[in-house]
Design a protein around this ligand. Sequence first.
Ligand SMILES: [Zn+2]
Length: 262
Amino acid sequence: MKDSHAFPMPAFIPPDRTDPFVLYQSTLLSTYAERVIHGFTGKPITLGGQSFPAEEVRANRLAVCRHAGMDDARLTLPRQTHTDRFRLNDLPCKDETDAVILTEPGIPAMVQVADCVPVILYEPDRHIGAVIHAGWRGTAKAITQKAAQRLINEHSARPEKLLAAIGPSIGGCCYEVSEEVAAEVANSIPEQPESLYQHRRESGKPYVDLQQVNRLQLQALGIGQIERIEACTRCQPDYLWSHRRGEAGRQVAFLQLRHPGR
Ligand SMILES: [Zn+2]
């Protein structure tokens, strides 16, 4: 089992201090930049958070869309409540959902996070993808695995072709949880590697690595091309919002499929 929990993929692209936000991009997904628009934003702007004026948040979302070249008129945002449900493209959906499955080009999708794990999936042969919000509850419900499963089962994605980018979230270095939470999260994966819970400190409480758990959920489906963007939201106050640090701002993961030939 040596190194079986290391991420063997190429190092992620260092964050870019664009105007008006920090932008993290995946090396894997950037290989397909002519076909998909993707990214994980950072400070200083907020893309959500109830203590900020709705107008400001809306303007910031538009700024991200324009910066990335996405069509803000079709922006689709799930109503996130730590579920394991998805919405499909920009179809009307009255359910609360925590991921968007994209099968049609031209629709930008965003999920907001501030410690929770953002995941982007893309299958280049089928030209479909998903953007997912997985906090500890979503992770315990295996939302990332379910989204990938749905791409495979209902939209003919092949596991060996699927690419996954796991974006900035609170790391195993900082995510202290209760024994109950650790156990619920652990139940979402078949094996329990030591590295998921290695950061025990004087508190005696578990420190969980949610990025690794999401990765193991994907690996259980035979998905091998997985990249983790190694940035802990709590350790990087200059770049990223962190709920655990007491901040109210939010960053987003975004994805849009481009129209072929455009
Ligand atoms: Zn940390």
